[in-house]
Write a protein that binds this ligand. Structure first.
Ligand code: ZN
Length: 123
């Protein structure tokens, strides 16, 4: 379980950008964006401190979106559970509201023991 903060996503966006587009001591030549090349876009990202600045530089919200996988909202903080994030991993990010609803659902059914008995009734 890990706490995912949008402020951390913003802070590390330049690091992740470089990992993706800088190989063998040079920037990838294939570039489609509003800057001259990856190096200029990277330099701009180094100075970005807000979500809006990153979105303006990149051209979309994908790099700093902190999505809840239950309600699809974009949040300042989510809780990540499941496998280490990787392509096709079983990883889920939940906002505080959705995590709270899951907790209330468990309490409504009498806690963990109650959930187990509901399951047994269905057998
Ligand atoms: Zn949510």
């Amino acid at each position: 379980m890990q706490i995912i903060r949008k402020s951390d996503l913003i802070r590390y966006v330049s690091v992740i950008y470089k990992k993706q587009y800088f190989h063998n001591n040079k920037w990838d030549e294939c570039y489609f964006g509003k800057f001259k090349d990856h190096e200029q876009q990277y330099s701009a990202l180094l100075k970005a401190t807000t979500d809006n600045e990153v979105q303006e530089i990149i051209g979309n919200s994908g790099w700093t979106r902190n999505k809840c996988n239950e309600c699809n909202g974009d949040f300042e903080v989510t809780i990540q559970v499941g496998e280490e994030p990787f392509y096709d991993s079983a990883t889920v990010n939940l906002c505080i509201d959705c995590l709270s609803k899951a907790h209330k659902e468990m309490i409504l059914h009498g806690g963990w023991d109650g959930l187990l008995s509901v399951s047994r009734q269905g057998d």
